[in-house]
Design a protein around this ligand. Structure first.
Ligand code: ASP
Length: 438
């Protein structure tokens, strides 16, 4: 029997109109049994998310500045939702409890979690589903890490005889009962955990886009959407900046192979993107799944005659990066040369100069060059493996557009080809690669 866990993001629950869409989506399919809501998101671009208001409220409490006005704004938004939905629900006792906890000196985690908690209470009333507080079914260990096995045990026993329920996203509790939140955007993780614990047939993640697109619509005009993508491809694309899901979402469902379906609350007829453990290669389809990239990298290139014969040279070099707590993205190498590609964020406060000094001192290179302003563009697709001509299509497209490739890196699984180019050619590169394949 099919069982769907459905998570709705903040934009899907930003006001009563959105709640109504969610209600109809859930009631349209009886197998949508466990619902995970986020807190109300922005209603317009100038609006503030409830979670952000809760963070502000907590910061006022900590600095002894009046918090009441912010709490009133939050209360007004929820009141409006309840009024417009015409449901019989008094939120006053919930707000009373929040004030009492503020007066006792509450934590940021507790405050931030109230956005999802209150939305869960409202949604459960609207749907007539049981409300299950996430603090009772999601458990962290004493180090603040998710305790997945305890969580599964608690969740399974609590849901055993509950056919339909709403479980708020974003938080759980510590072994002593204190509320603990995930990192921002963490309701995605809650959805994944509920899916895993209930052995869902599919995890539907409802947002405001009809799934993933082959390329950034800010760069490519109306890019094609992706119907199917594997977890690994998604990992590659999201590492390169294509963000739809919280990064930690994939982990729990990956292990058990539950598909994730990204859907659009504002266009429920669209099938969205299916994220799968494996996908077969369709030779009639285009071989790439997506193109994504990031700007602002620096390449530190080292040349040393006979590097290939010197045992431990690369270790010595990389130890310097480790000692300065700098992680690298790629290390393309030649016989006598190696380049280390580093995100610029890691090279601030004189770190680049310190790295260069230490490399000169400890590795005595024949040549050390620093190339700033580099962008990385990844072309990703499980259909690229064992298919001749993919690299040449990418390189021909870039060369026709007069884009110089400064670095090439192909993962050993042939899942991606990454090229390094100048920052100012980034958008053009994505466009020409897209045009070459799609
Ligand atoms: N409301 C939380 C946030 O804004 C969690 C979420 O939406 O997933 O980060």
């Amino acid at each position: 029997m099919s069982l769907k866990v459905v998570k709705f993001g903040g934009s899907s629950l930003a006001n009563a109109t959105q709640f109504k869409k969610v209600e109809s989506i859930i009631h349209n399919d009886k197998t949508r049994r466990y619902v995970v809501p986020s807190a109300p998101g922005k209603r317009s671009s100038s609006d503030t998310k409830i979670t952000d208001l809760l963070y502000q409220c907590h910061s006022c409490c900590c600095t002894n500045t009046p918090y009441e006005d912010i709490l009133k704004t939050i209360q007004k938004r929820y009141k409006e939702i309840v009024l417009d939905l015409k449901i019989d629900l008094d939120l006053q006792p919930y707000f009373q409890e929040i004030v009492e906890n503020i007066n006792k000196g509450t934590t940021l985690d507790y405050m931030a979690s109230r956005g999802e908690f209150l939305n869960g209470v409202i949604l459960s009333h609207l749907l007539n589903f049981e409300f299950i507080d996430a603090k009772d079914v999601i458990r962290f260990d004493i180090n603040g890490q998710l305790d997945l096995s305890k969580t599964k045990e608690l969740m399974r026993s609590r849901l055993q005889n509950v056919e339909y329920a709403v479980i708020p996203g974003f938080y759980g509790s510590m072994p002593n009962g204190d509320i603990k939140i995930f990192s921002r955007g963490g309701s995605d993780i809650t959805g994944a955990i509920v899916s895993t614990a209930t052995k869902a047939t599919v995890y539907e993640n409802w947002t405001d886009v009809s799934g993933l697109l082959v390329a950034d619509p800010g760069i490519v005009n109306k890019p094609k959407s992706i119907n199917k993508i594997t977890y690994r491809e998604l990992r590659e694309l999201s590492y390169m900046g294509a963000k739809v899901l919280h990064e930690e979402t994939i982990f729990p469902v990956l292990k058990v192979g539950i598909p994730i379906n990204i859907r659009n609350t504002n266009a429920p007829e669209d099938e969205g993107t299916m994220i799968l453990k494996d996908a077969s290669v369709d030779l009639d389809e285009i071989p790439i799944t997506g193109i994504a990239g990031k700007k602002d990298f620096t390449v530190i290139s080292v040349e040393k005659n006979q590097m290939n014969a010197q045992i431990g040279y690369v270790r010595k070099l990389l130890t310097i990066f480790e000692n300065h707590r700098v992680s690298f993205e790629h290390i393309p190498s030649g016989i006598d040369s190696i380049s280390v590609v580093v995100d610029d964020n890691q090279l601030v406060n004189g770190t680049l100069e310190k790295l260069v000094n230490d490399i000169n001192k400890n590795c005595c290179p024949d040549l050390l060059e620093v190339h700033p302003n580099m962008a990385l563009v990844a072309t990703v697709g499980h259909g690229m493996a064992y298919r001749p001509g993919i690299a040449s299509t990418i390189f021909t497209a870039l060369s026709n557009a007069k884009i110089n490739i400064r670095m090439i890196d192909q993962g050993s699984s042939e899942l991606n080809i990454i090229v390094g180019i100048e920052n100012d050619q980034f958008e053009k590169a994505i466009q020409v690669i897209y045009d070459a394949f799609v």
